[in-house]
Write a protein that binds this ligand. Structure first.
Ligand code: F6P
Length: 321
């Protein structure tokens, strides 16, 4: 069996642990493994290198991805897809493993329409916005990084008796915001899944002040319909005259050494992807749901929106008082 692995889209901590696991399990079956550099771009331009157990030494603890990743517009064109197919044929690849998020899986589905090989997706994104797995590789590390930052902001907010808006990543999903907000004891969490009423938010923060709160932290998930944290700060200033300091955590959430939870998830899913290939499956994402390793058709991972945990949302509104 000749397989190739790529990491695509936004990198996520734990991708390296996943590559390591998939490569070593595949090698234990005497398969030939190629690593594709820079995601679909490398597939188009034939940037493949054979990998062995030693090429994945000393990477389980490293953030980023040794294979590099990219967002590749060319792969969305017919010519790009055809060129990718030619590369796979030239290297005699029978199966492709794509570690990435929904954009990467859209690409995988498009490729499956013109290429006969097997394709397996592994959920690697900090956003956690894929159906078919309880959490995605990188999510736990990103949440922990956000909480680490929120704890520090809390110290200065409290010392200066200030209000902060902290913007976290997640594109159009509020998973990082909700978990980081809950873990960091935020006063408010604004997620894209729920309509934000800025007047109401300000009112609740002022009620908190009357109850003796001297500082507050509001977590803003990217993709809020009111705009970025900076835009929300200026709207709040116009609306109520209050000053909100803004911190955008940004790409810091994508980096760093993966947590043990991410390393374990990545290791399990990397190995399971090989098992699933050996069974002859294709067009599915591997995931972990309530402790079980499962597969989900790639299209189903993005067709319906993964819901935020309603219990956590309810709890959050009680605890933030
Ligand atoms: O999908 C992962 C993610 O980090 C999102 O949370 C964020 O919106 C996006 O990627 C940022 O992408 P880029 O690094 O290409 O700007």
């Amino acid at each position: 069996m000749r397989i190739a692995i790529l990491t695509s889209g936004g990198d996520a901590p734990g991708m390296n642990a996943c590559i390591r696991s998939a490569v070593r399990v595949a090698k234990s079956l005497n398969w030939t493994v190629f690593g594709i550099k820079r995601g679909y771009r490398g597939l188009i331009y034939g940037e493949l290198e054979e990998m062995g157990s030693r090429s994945v030494s000393n990477i389980i603890q490293r953030g980023g991805t040794i294979l590099r990743a990219s967002r590749c517009k060319e792969f969305e064109t017919d010519e790009g897809l055809q060129q990718a197919k030619r590369t796979l044929e030239a290297f005699g690849i029978q199966a492709l493993i794509v570690i990435g998020g929904d954009g990467s899986f859209h690409g995988a589905v498009a490729l499956a329409k013109i290429w006969d090989g097997q394709i397996i997706g592994i959920p690697g994104t900090i956003d956690n916005d894929l159906v078919g797995t309880d959490i995605t590789i990188g999510y736990d590390t990103a949440v922990n990084t956000a909480v680490w930052a929120i704890d520090k902001i809390r110290d200065t907010a409290e010392a200066q008796e200030r209000y902060f808006l902290v913007e976290v990543m997640g594109r159009e999903a509020g998973f990082i915001a909700l978990d980081a907000g809950l873990s960091g004891g935020a006063e408010e969490v604004l997620v894209p899944e729920i309509h934000t009423d800025l007047g109401e938010i300000h009112k609740r923060l002022m009620q908190g002040k009357q109850r003796g709160k001297t500082s507050s932290i509001v977590i803003v998930a990217e993709g809020n319909h009111e705009g970025s944290a900076f835009e929300i700060a200026s709207k709040l200033k116009k609306l109520c005259g209050s000053e909100y300091r803004v911190v955008v955590l940004g790409h810091i959430q994508r980096g760093g050494s993966p947590t043990a939870r991410d390393r374990i998830l990545a290791t399990k899913l990397g190995a399971f992807a090989i098992d699933v290939l050996a069974e002859g499956k294709t067009g599915v994402m591997v995931g972990e749901v309530r402790g079980d390793l499962v597969t989900t058709p790639l299209e189903d991972t993005w067709k319906t929106k993964k819901p935020l945990d309603p219990y956590l949302l309810r709890l959050n509104t009680i605890l933030e008082t």
